[in-house]
Design a binder for this molecule. Structure first.
Ligand code: ZN
Length: 149
């Protein structure tokens, strides 16, 4: 460490103590005797998110199954263009959100999928919902929404 006053290359540590998570040092220049403080702290990479866990309806956890989710979304999509791309990006997005909210109930995960599909592709929303056995009362609303879209 160079002396901030004279630029001299030789400084020595005259005092060192812990300050919170950092270490504070007092250094002194060998040439001009100027003394100054430095602080050292660890540079840590951001903590990686742990893999998402999904809470099953009847209790118990299972790992987020990106492949299975992708298949169910892909099967629901009808627009041939960008179908795979859409399913991939949606699953990647959901996996990240699930990891942040982990453990996430499977019902909530399902709702997240439905919400995204509803905005992006009404037909896919309809198919995804029917594959999951949506109650008949909701069918009429869905059919109407599709007719209106
Ligand atoms: Zn100096």
């Amino acid at each position: 460490m160079k002396c901030p006053k004279c630029g001299g290359a030789k400084t020595k540590v005259v005092n060192s103590r812990a300050r919170g998570d950092a270490r504070a040092r007092r250094r002194q220049c060998a040439e001009c005797s100027f003394s100054f403080a430095t602080a050292e702290c660890a540079e840590l990479p951001p903590l990686p998110l742990l893999p998402a866990q999904v809470e099953k309806k009847r209790g118990g956890l299972q790992p987020f199954d990106a492949k299975k989710l992708r298949e169910s979304i892909y099967a629901a999509l009808c627009k041939p263009l960008r179908r795979a791309e859409f399913a991939d990006s949606l699953v990647a997005e959901l996996e990240k959100e699930a990891a942040r909210a982990s453990p996430i109930p499977s019902r909530v995960l399902g709702e997240m999928v439905m919400e995204r599909l509803q905005k992006a592709d009404k037909g896919a929303y309809f198919r995804y919902a029917s594959a999951r056995g949506l109650p008949p009362a909701e069918w009429k609303t869905l059919a109407k929404e599709i007719a209106d879209a």
